[in-house]
Design a protein around this ligand. Sequence first.
Ligand SMILES: [Mg+2]
Length: 463
Amino acid sequence: MTAQILVVDDVLANVKLLEAKLASEYYDVITAKDGFEAISKAKEHRPDLILLDVMMPGMDGFETCAKIKADVELSHIPIVMVTALSEKSDRLKGLDAGADDFITKPINDVALFARVKSLVRIKMLLDELRLRDKTSIEMGIKSEVGQTMITDVSGARVLLVDDDTVQGKQIVARLSESYNVEWVEEPDQAVAKACIGNFDVILISTLLSNADGLRLASQIKSNEAMRNVPLLVFVDEDDPRIMLKALEMGINDYMTVPVDKNEMLVRVRTQIRRKKYQETLKSQYQMSMSMAITDALTGLYNRHYLNTHLGNMVKQALKNGKYMALMIMDMDHFKSVNDTYGHDVGDMILKQLATLIIQQSRSSELAARFGGEEFVVLMPETDPQSALMAANRMRDVVQLTPFKINDKGDTIQKTISIGIASLHPDGDSAESLLKRADEALYEAKRAGRNRVTVNSVLAPKGW
Ligand SMILES: [Mg+2]
């Protein structure tokens, strides 16, 4: 994962120091000496992260941060404010300006890399979301940008594992302002609680009196159901060994005790946002997958999917020596619907027909829109007689169903013609099966429509 980081500081020595640290971890570094240069470099390079010094002449870090966050093209780039340790109020001011995180000078390497990694990960997820959003727009699908810019994470579920009663109370009070917090004081209940709680982030103290917090964290991490739940641990400032171990284990972030409550709010928010982005990404992926295989009008599978699936189904049936049948149906005189009532009504009719097809199909069968007013149903493990019965039932149902043509309750009658073909055990293929069903459909049309025709060529015994 190569990420580009923009380092902004008015003191050249600071820039050089950060540049060297980041380069040693293989980050690609660009630099700016003040706020103005930072904004122009951000526009030019679109970095993955900005490390922004607070105290700078001309335009300070807060103003620079606010300007970048106000720019639609740049607002998604994470900004880490670099503040002096003593200036706690700076942190809040930075957050007000829209900063995503902060680190304090003198810069601790572990802290720097933990935060940089975490934010770069979020940025990459966000880039992916933005890219998919772009594709969706190009495909004519409604933009999801409104949903991708997750800034409000209130109501998220937080679990705290801490046996320090005083600290626990304070943390719970503070987090409860924004989140649903559960607090476990008995470490041996922590893993069970974590498993069932559907949490968005879990905070664990490594200073428990009777348990190993890191071990708990590792047990939670290794549970499949909780792999994506971010973990944040509290560690002793004087024990850098634990910090390193925690980060090596894949803990997402850490804080030193006594826990600074404002800092905790930022870190918790960052972790929740990352989890939410991942979830959005996953659900968008599933949605785009389903869009790629679904017919937009009817919700049935599309022709592309049908072709792929038919090939697999035929192979499987031949391999296992099973029956398989295919029906292809076409609405009779559909053109007259479009000509008489318009295409909107035509679409309404097709949707109703698709609903009937789904209702009449078994769950093992696959229904697809083949094109225009043509539909195909693949019927695995279906012998020729059963296929014929199913086709006749389908034809009856369509004939008996009044099709709505408006909201006033006006209806028209429609019929369908169906061609069916059965898979032959010797040398048959998806293409020839489909072709034979199509020929049967043509026969049904020629013979006067509203009927089912069987393609008898290559039909198995008993047909
Ligand atoms: Mg400075």
